[in-house]
Design a protein around this ligand. Structure first.
Ligand SMILES: Nc1ncnc2c1ncn2[C@@H]1O[C@H](COP(=O)(O)OP(=O)(O)O)[C@@H](O)[C@H]1O
Ligand SMILES: [Mg+2]
Length: 207
């Protein structure tokens, strides 16, 4: 599960790129709503994972929401109804269904700490953060300790990776350079079809 302390950190780009880097099959789950745009997909109409979460629909219906992203990569879109409190059993059903057949599951939990039950169930809870004091403040007060940090590395920042690791209490698992090729691929809707090499290389540690 990937989450950011502050909007605009690069969480969705990191989650999408991780999904595209991992050996398939991969399930991407969008809890925040930007994933189709970042992947260059048309905006899915109709229900998504949030509608499934608040319902009692069987796991099969969740799988039926899947949208093709690339070979071996499927996206479960967010839908409209943002969820509040979802019980651990429902998250457990989601994780079990979406990791069946050895699928890797990547969840974009958006800005703010992920739902507690999802955080507990995840093999890894990755905080995506820039070396920004304001973001770091929010990460520290989030009340959730990630298992790893993905630093989106902008030039000119004073905070160092070690400062972030120390403040957050989790190790750096990847440093992703700010690369205009990545930004352009996102803006052109080409991230899924032409994932830039730089981000593939930078995410190796996290993948
Ligand atoms: N590695 C990168 N290099 C260049 N631009 C990036 C990179 N990662 C993200 N961006 C850009 O930063 C902006 C915010 O990214 P996004 O993934 O939407 O952040 P978040 O999900 O944390 O709000 C987008 O315009 C995106 O294209
Ligand atoms: Mg996002």
């Amino acid at each position: 599960v990937c989450w950011g302390a502050k909007g605009g950190s690069g969480t969705t780009v990191v989650a999408a790129a991780l999904g595209l880097c991992l050996p398939p099959p991969v399930m991407l789950v969008d809890l925040a709503g930007d994933m189709p745009a970042v992947l260059g997909l048309s905006e899915p109409a109709g229900p998504g994972v949030h509608e499934w979460l608040i319902s009692t629909a069987p796991a099969q219906q969740l799988l039926e929401l899947g949208v093709h992203v690339a070979a071996g990569v499927t996206l479960i879109p967010a839908g409209r109804h943002r969820t509040e409190e979802i019980g651990v059993e429902r998250w457990d059903t989601l994780v079990t269904a979406l990791t069946a057949d050895d699928h890797h599951l990547i969840v974009d939990a958006g800005t703010g700490p992920p739902p507690a039950a999802l955080h507990e169930l995840a093999d890894r809870s990755l905080l995506v953060i820039r070396a920004c004091y304001l973001a770091l403040r929010r990460a520290v007060t989030a009340g959730v300790c990630p298992s790893g940090v993905v630093l989106v590395d902008e030039p000119g920042r004073a905070l160092r990776a070690v400062d972030i690791e120390t403040a957050v209490g989790a190790p750096l698992v990847a440093t992703v350079a700010i690369d205009p090729t990545v930004a352009r691929a996102v803006d052109a809707g080409l991230l899924a079809s032409r994932l830039p090499r730089s981000i593939q290389r930078d995410l190796r540690g996290a993948a």
